[in-house]
Design a protein around this ligand. Sequence first.
Ligand SMILES: [Zn+2]
Length: 497
Amino acid sequence: MKEASLDLGRRPEGRTLLTASWVVGHKNGSHRLLRNGEVVFDNNEILFVGHRFPGEVARRIDFGNALISPGLIDLDALSDLDTTILGIDNHPGWAKGRVWPRSYVEAGPYEMYSRDELAFQKRFAFGQLLLNGITTAAPISSLFYREWGETVEEFDAAADAAGELGLRVYLGPAYRSGGMVLEEPGRMLPVFDEERGLKGLKDAVAYIERQNGRHGDLVRGMLAPDRVETSTLALLQRTDAAARDLGCKFRLHMAQGAMEVDTVRMLHGSTAPVWLAKAGLLSDRLIAPHATNATEEDLTLYAKNGVSIVHCPLVSGRGGSTLNSFSACRKRGINVAMGTDTAPADMWMNLLVGLITGRVNDGGPDRLRSADLFDAATLGGARALGRSDLGHLSAGARADIAVFDLDDVIMAPSIDPITTLVTGGSGKVTCAVFVDGRVSMLSRKLAGIDMEKARVRAQAQYDGLIAKYPERSWGNPPVSEIFGSSYPVDADLGEVR
Ligand SMILES: [Zn+2]
């Protein structure tokens, strides 16, 4: 009886012992598997991982044929109603509302969502992350539908949502000192507004000073300049200095796309990592999604300076690019963390795509294992954040735990639990999630949000956004032309038999 002795949204009183057919334990810096293992936690801390716990416990909960795992860590965590999926079959991006045309910039970009909608979408996305066994998230969302950067107000709401749902988060509103503008079909140029970027940084620093440690330390700060091609050197220098002063990390998208690589070369005469290295801005404070366009020199600089990569194989692969290669990065000693970055916010699906694309890049199956991907989604994320108390189940670590069902009829037959879950590629088998010892998800239900009702609201909000796409697409075509359907849509096929 799992549910009778656990209350959703609450931290159980006294010691709780969890058991299942498999437990991911930890020894000498790496994960171990325990058959019929036990995990005991008290308050927000793990006391014991092993067999036959010698002490008294307030309750024992047996999850049956399941894997008790460290919660997954997502450092490019989808935190809005994903708009990249609109581009899956609709190209090129500049014609499909993914670059602001000059006409939209001159008309004055505006917030396409209301304050309530901005707050709601983060809460909804946090729910999706928990349903997928993700216990730590550094959110990412699109700025295309924004007036400029993200707002302090929506991040105050996000901090409260994380506290109420029970999700560990690294928060800071995204800011930028520039944007790409579509001057004519296919021709994009950056425009800069330095003061606006610096104001965004100042607001983000004040936000972090105010929010860091709130909700029982579930909320911590992270500086999030939007992307390298829309950042000035001054903005990045001040961001790095602020990260050092605040003791936090900063995340910057770079070495991730052809347009970015071309733009940075035009502006600064080199790749982004080389540009940052010259300015002394590469360090272990930097978390850098996605490295899919990184050169050998870029990767050498990452390794030398302790930069962590965030690998998001689903969104990269769907866009036709990959990290080349995961195993080569690890061999260089680069820390690789994982991110979801797109819908569905499913880490297991990402690990599967990562396994596949990694092996395609390696030209064979023997340099990359399922466990390497799982390491990245747990230990790699924790290392990027500088958190030795996350990403593994061992005495003294935070009680951030996800339980994955191994009795799923679709994934059957079940073999080694990590291999089964990676190759199964779906977070839908997540059956319980504990964050900081609190029950954040149980039997697919969450504290703080009714996901069935929220889905209806999310769809309506999203449909409203889609209706606004013509305003920021080149030539203002109707929605039906911007986003074609997969097959012709006919009201009547006209066939009578
Ligand atoms: Zn990303």
